[in-house]
Design a binder for this molecule. Structure first.
Ligand SMILES: [Zn+2]
Length: 400
């Protein structure tokens, strides 16, 4: 789940060329680098000579080889052996260097992985949705709390990161895999220095739509225990916070539900997106909670404006997605393009009067399915196409 362990579509660098071609390529590179005047033609011939090495027998027809050519082949062969050895050595050294640069993630605690992101921010993976963790002198701030059943393991992992207490929780939506741990954490209490009253609950910040959904009118049973409800809601486009020495912007962005928030840590330069962005799955659009594909796309477009890449689209602003690996601007751009293309295809099919069954049969996501699709699990490609189609066609009906 580490940033560098995730593979971007198409980034696989495994060569499909035969190994001896790789050696020849490598040798050509070395020769060019060190100024050996070996031409590509000679390298090509040495390649062919090498192809003659089979079952330990060197099948070189000496009759066609002049002594001068033979000498050249022998010296090229020696060079090849040297190059192979050097490549092996370089590979071992590179692996060693990688190990030193990226120390292995802290040991997992019951499937939980704690990964440093950037600045004050780490990511906890494996507890349902990803949990973004900000740590500093003021205490701990969490974006989302994972599944209720995972709280104990999340708490264990947090203690390895900081001995301070959780002060703030920000919910990106009210799905169980993002806010399920709210009640457990809120019972633990927050530090006295911040709140000046003993036994106070953790402050849970969320858009007001989340409180509306978690609670119920007096006399009715609420769908969520009261301890898990947001204690500090906002209903304006943006709420600001300053904690652990950095400015934090909480932005309302209706997308997979109508209550999504994006959380931007301005000093660390990390944005926590919630379910708007998931680099390995189609967006989980919850129609009943007010989600839509158009909303997801607007959220992704907004994120694209916020996220600033460093050189060559790598690095810069880092992204903690709702699920999946730590990402950057390039990962986001891939996803945003996919959602745009699928939205356009569906829109076109709806305008041509195609029914949901016809749209599903036309496979509008086929080319993206190897990366984001699924035929099993809680969010299949069919479910995504259906939710996206319904959200687009209901919008069209309301426009008419
Ligand atoms: Zn989720």
């Amino acid at each position: 789940m580490h940033k560098r362990s995730g593979k971007r579509p198409g980034s696989g660098r495994r060569s499909s060329e035969p190994w001896h071609q790789n050696v020849v390529n490598f040798l050509g590179l070395c020769c060019r680098h060190f100024g050996f005047g070996l031409s590509a033609e000679i390298l090509g011939k040495s390649h062919k000579a090498l192809l003659g090495v089979q079952n330990g027998m060197i099948k070189v027809k000496s009759t066609v080889l002049k002594p001068k050519m033979l000498r050249m082949y022998v010296s090229t062969g020696l060079l090849l052996v040297g190059a192979l050895w050097a490549a092996q050595l370089l590979r071992a050294q590179a692996a060693q260097a990688r190990g030193a640069q990226n120390p292995a993630p802290k040991p997992a605690s019951g499937g939980i992985e704690l990964l440093p992101v950037q600045g004050n921010i780490s990511m906890l993976a494996g507890a349902g949705g990803n949990i973004t963790v900000q740590v500093g002198n003021d205490g701990i701030l969490l974006v989302d709390t994972g599944l209720s059943a995972m709280t104990e393991r999340v708490q264990e992992a947090l203690q390895r990161l900081s001995k301070r207490q959780i002060t703030y929780i920000i919910n990106t939506d009210d799905e169980a895999d993002h806010s399920g741990g709210n009640a457990n954490f809120s019972k633990m209490g927050r530090p006295l220095a911040i709140n000046r009253a003993s036994g106070a609950r953790v402050i849970i910040i969320a858009h007001s739509a989340i409180l509306d959904r978690m609670s119920a009118p007096t006399g009715q049973t609420a769908p969520t225990p009261e301890e898990g409800w947001p204690t500090d809601t906002y209903s304006v486009p943006q709420k600001n916070l300053f904690f652990d020495g950095e400015a934090i912007q909480i932005l309302h962005q209706p997308s997979t539900t109508d209550g999504n928030s994006i959380v931007f840590f301005r000093h660390s330069d990390v944005v926590s997106t919630g379910d708007i962005f998931n680099p390995s799955l189609y967006p989980v659009i919850d129609l009943k909670r007010g989600g839509s594909i158009q909303g997801v796309l607007e959220g992704l477009n907004r994120l694209k404006q916020m996220v600033i890449p460093a050189d060559h689209q790598e690095g810069g602003t880092m992204i903690v997605p709702g699920h999946g690996r730590i990402s950057d601007a390039a990962d986001l751009a891939w996803y945003q393009q996919m959602v745009t293309i699928v939205r356009d295809r569906l829109q076109d099919m709806i305008q041509r009067g195609m029914t949901l069954e016809q749209v599903k049969a036309a496979k509008p996501t086929q080319d993206f399915d190897p990366i984001y699709g699924s035929t099993t699990g809680s969010w299949t490609t069919d479910m995504f196409v259906e939710a996206a189609y319904k959200s687009l066609s209901s919008k069209q009906q309301s426009v008419k």
